[in-house]
Design a protein around this ligand. Structure first.
Ligand code: HEM
Length: 408
């Protein structure tokens, strides 16, 4: 039997992206859309894959690559400095360049390599918890989550901790520039943030050139030098700019979203307080239940027939990881936050050759932070009204998370 290929314009439309309510709680609309069982969907940002199997299949299929930063970002009106900051991002390069650069960056972020950061991260988490316990009430993002993620990067760069607030502000502005809807002020701040990050890392890279330094930027710089790249200092700075923005913004949101999930499910918090050995499985559940990355992009590198849908070469497709992580065909009771969940192989870190290069570091920071929090704090609760989410971004993060703590 000959079946007629489905055209992209005939796919079911997910209108919700245009709606502020969607960004406050995307899960009902994502679940409702998935009931149609379509392999792909349409939206204001182009075609989407929502299901667990579909996102995995596309993520692993070499016929789908990624768009250059210019292609991906110029189309949505992003300024030149932000495009430059993302030009060398691994998420905008295809093999063979991707394979070599990823292996150079991977030298500092493999499971064994990040373990030596453990004492520094522990020290940072304890210092931030001391301050939180002293003040008793604070916004978790600005007092603890953001500083922990940023100061970990200062440790990685061997940069002074006093630079952390500047770095955090610049990377936050860069992330704002990637929003699906943004005004001119946000766009200008994103450009300025990108320029400052590139200048800062460029100066550090020049300073470290030819020295026997062992920080993450020096390791990447040495890798590019050995591989014979032209302009290795500029390349190392630009490559690290995206790693740093990704690494700070996602971990800050992962810690905050994770804590928010715990505080919204008191039975889960109690289970952890009684049995801290549950922290590693609780972290996987935090990442599955409300991870920090809504989606990332791919592009068809050739004409593809995907489950009967005709996709022309060059078509961009978004893989919606947060929808895949709530797919009921993969996760029983997907909307239940269950820190005891078994077989929790979620896709919060993506899939395939572009899957997150910083997953080991992210998990390490989350494990250390929640371990220390449970040891140091007897009571922790949310203060004020239900917190609001930042809308229209590919990052899922709260505006603020006011909390109150009592020390043990
Ligand atoms: C909980 C925290 C984090 C989450 C949930 C997360 C999630 C992701 C996701 C979904 C992708 C895209 C995967 C894909 O498209 O298949 C990605 C890519 C990436 N992430 Fe993360 N990330 C986190 C933390 C970090 C950290 C700490 C770093 C840096 C040390 C980092 C560096 C990167 C890089 C360099 C890429 C691009 C990889 C490539 O294209 O080869 N991420 N991340």
């Amino acid at each position: 039997m000959i079946t007629t290929p489905i055209r992209l314009r005939d796919l079911p439309m997910l209108e919700a992206f245009e709606d502020e309510a969607f960004w406050q709680n995307p899960y009902p609309a994502l679940a409702k859309a998935q009931q149609s069982g379509s392999p792909l969907y349409r939206s204001m940002i182009g075609p989407l894959a929502l299901g667990f199997e579909m996102t995995r299949e596309i993520g692993k299929d070499p016929r789908f690559g990624v768009s250059s930063a210019k292609e991906a970002l110029a189309g949505i009106g992003v300024g030149q400095p932000l495009i430059e900051a993302f030009n060398y991002s691994l998420l905008h390069i295809n093999p063979p360049e991707h394979t070599e650069r990823r292996s150079i960056i991977g030298r500092r972020f493999g499971a064994a390599s990040v373990r030596d950061l453990e004492p520094r991260i522990k020290e940072t988490a304890d210092r931030l918890l001391d301050e939180l316990i002293d003040t008793r009430e604070a916004d978790f993002i600005t007092s603890t989550g953001g500083p922990l993620a940023t100061q970990t990067f200062c440790s990685l760069l061997d940069a002074p901790l006093s630079d952390a607030p500047l770095i955090e502000g610049w990377t936050r502005d860069m992330a704002t520039g990637l929003k699906v809807q943004r005004d001119e002020t946000m766009a200008r701040r994103a450009d300025l943030g990108s320029e400052r990050v590139l200048n800062y890392l460029g100066r550090l890279a020049k300073d470290r050139l030819g020295k026997n330094t062992e920080d993450a930027l020096s390791i990447i710089l040495k890798g590019f030098l050995e591989a014979g790249y032209e302009h290795p200092t500029e390349l190392a700075a630009a490559t690290f700019a995206q790693v740093m923005m990704d690494g700070i913004d996602t971990v800050k949101n992962a810690l905050t979203n994770g804590l928010h999930s715990l505080l919204s499910h008191p039975e889960a918090l109690e289970a952890l307080q009684e049995n801290p050995a549950l922290v590693p499985s609780a972290i996987e559940e935090m990442l599955r239940f409300d991870g920090p990355t809504l989606l990332t992009g791919r592009k068809a590198l050739e004409d593809i027939d995907f489950h009967g849908v005709r996709i022309s070469a060059g078509t961009p497709i978004s893989l919606v990881w947060l929808a895949a992580n709530r797919d009921q065909t993969r996760f029983p009771n997907p909307d239940r936050f269950d820190v005891h969940r078994k077989s929790n192989r979620h896709v919060a870190f993506g899939v395939g050759i572009h899957s997150c290069a910083g997953a080991n570091l992210a998990r390490l920071q989350m494990r250390i932070f929640f371990d220390r929090l449970l040891k140091r704090v007897r009571r922790i609760e949310r203060v004020g009204d239900e917190p609001k989410w930042l809308p229209f971004g590919i990052a899922r993060g709260l505006r603020s998370l006011p909390i109150r703590v009592d020390a043990r």
